[in-house]
Design a binder for this molecule. Structure first.
Ligand code: NAP
Length: 459
């Protein structure tokens, strides 16, 4: 049986060795999910809700254990990992409640004696694929609404971080959710993508990850017209207007930029600051960024952990070198920011411009590139000039300017004076090549439901 070693990105030591799932086993699991679907969909919504509540409570009881697992396999600081468990669990809590609020409606008919009603039904068996950057949250955002809607689900976590998912699924079983209703497979993305999309049983693919992989999955889902939800990459702009509260803008930029070492899909990628305040903003940003303590996430005083692997380190260094070649000024020299292993010190780049890779490519690392602007309308066009449309941020204290920017930004998630907009009760998702479908909020259960309507005559 093939083995998978899960490494700690802080030490490069093996955290645990687990078994891969074979293709035959994966197909058997999908068959079992189909059988489980028949009874899970028939359970009444209050019953499903009660089981999800029990699961939520067990995760709360095991939050320290889960947070430690996240830190060990992903590298993020323990306090951030604990925050991720709470955030992941808030989706389970939200959809535990939403399970009871899946409503149909009555549509006025155009003939006497006729009645039209609609009802949402579960879409079927779900195949879920998730990335390593939020090992608990990305999967909770899929498992909770799928189960609440009456679907059964087979999850494929990233091979860097499968341990958190495995533990969450075990806790779901302990809570009483049937074992075949929620399962995991340990497969490479390529294999899971092929098995899920070729399966005649799986009705829905829900994916969080990079845009190129999302496009492949959309293409291979087309043959059997599977229902798909795509949460893909981002290139978030931050606009700091001249009337912004500079300290607030700096603190919130740090929150969005350096969480998880900058490895989030909604991390600030391009920071546009009005020329009148650029000097003050950058000075304060640099001071605070220099104070961030980089180290092993398991240590209590760590603010920022390592990157996930060497490939990620190399990509970030490449973007920094490219920025320097194009006139960027670094807050630390390249030699100073390399700390060895997968660790990098966070860096601020002044005099950023549109020639730089960092202004066009998703960074997934601790670089804050700051470019100045003069005209707000011009910079809004620059902010929108990308194939991505996931998250965007802006800072202004003027409400007219604020609503105008909100209206003009072509992004799905927007933070106004807010660097942490994501919440279980709000619909998260992107425009353009950042994907389609929403996770969170009342909208987040819709991808797991099909609407049926019934027309009754002769009443
Ligand atoms: P990735 O390479 O796309 O991997 C994500 C998942 O897809 C992993 O489980 C991976 O499996 C799997 N995968 C890889 N190739 C596949 C294929 N051919 N078919 C099916 N699945 C495949 O992305 P990543 O680099 O790990 O994650 C970072 C990306 O995710 C960034 O672009 C980020 O913006 C995006 N993201 C988006 C959101 C959102 O909500 N919009 C949230 C978080 C992250 P392996 O284990 O084999 O690699």
């Amino acid at each position: 049986m093939k083995e998978l070693k899960v490494y700690n990105p802080a030490t490069n030591e093996v955290v645990k060795t687990i078994q891969y799932t074979s293709e035959e086993e994966a197909n058997q699991q999908i068959n079992k999910a189909q059988v489980a679907f028949e009874s899970w969909r028939e359970r009444d919504a209050h019953d499903r809700s009660a089981l999800l509540l029990k699961w939520y409570q067990l995760i709360e009881e095991h939050k320290e254990e889960l947070a430690e697992l996240i830190t060990l396999e992903n590298g993020k600081p323990y306090k951030e990992a604990l925050g991720e468990v709470a955030y992941a669990n808030s989706y389970i809590q939200w959809y535990q409640e939403e399970a009871k609020r899946i409503y149909g409606k009555t549509i006025p008919a155009n003939q006497k004696g006729k009645k039209i009603i609609t009802d949402p039904f579960p879409v079927g068996i779900v195949g879920a694929i998730t990335p390593w950057n939020f090992p608990a949250a990305m999967i909770a955002r899929k498992m909770a609404p799928a189960l609440a809607a009456g679907c059964t689900i087979v999850c494929k976590p990233a091979l860097e971080t499968p341990l958190t998912t495995i533990r969450m699924v075990e806790l779901a079983h302990e809570a009483g959710i049937p074992e075949d209703a929620i399962q995991y497979v340990v497969l490479s993305g390529r294999d899971a993508g092929r098995i899920f999309t070729e399966s005649p049983i799986i009705q829905k693919i829900t994916f969080t990850g990079s845009t190129p992989v999302g496009k492949q999955l959309i293409k291979s889902s087309a043959d059997s017209v599977k229902n798909v939800t795509m949460e893909l990459g981002g290139l978030a702009p931050v606009i700091v207007h001249k009337d912004a509260d500079i300290e607030l803008a700096v603190n919130q930029t740090i929150a969005t930029k350096f969480r998880n070492s900058g490895q989030t899909c909604i991390s600030a990628n391009r920071i546009f600051v009005h020329k009148d305040i650029e000097q003050d903003y950058t000075a304060l940003l640099t001071e605070k960024v220099n104070a961030l303590n980089v180290g092993n996430g398991i240590e209590k005083d760590t603010d920022m952990g390592p990157l996930i692997n060497q490939q990620a380190v190399e990509k970030v260094i490449d973007q920094i070198e490219d920025a320097v070649e194009h006139g960027g000024e670094l807050s630390l020299s390249i030699e100073q920011l390399k700390l060895g292993g997968n660790f990098l010190k966070p860096v601020v780049i002044r005099h950023a411009n549109l020639e730089m890779k960092v202004m066009h490519e998703e960074t997934f690392g601790p670089i804050a590139a700051v470019m100045t602007y003069d005209d707000l309308d011009e910079i809004l066009k620059v902010a929108n000039d990308t194939e991505y449309g996931l998250a965007a941020y802006f800072f202004t204290n003027d409400y007219r300017t604020g609503f105008d920017i909100y209206k003009k930004l072509d992004y799905g998630v927007i933070g106004w004076n807010d660097g942490a907009p994501s919440a279980a009760h709000a619909p998260f998702g992107g425009y353009k090549e950042s994907g389609y479908g929403r996770e969170g909020g009342i909208e987040g259960i819709e991808p797991y439901l099909e609407t049926k309507y019934l027309s009754i005559g002769n009443m």
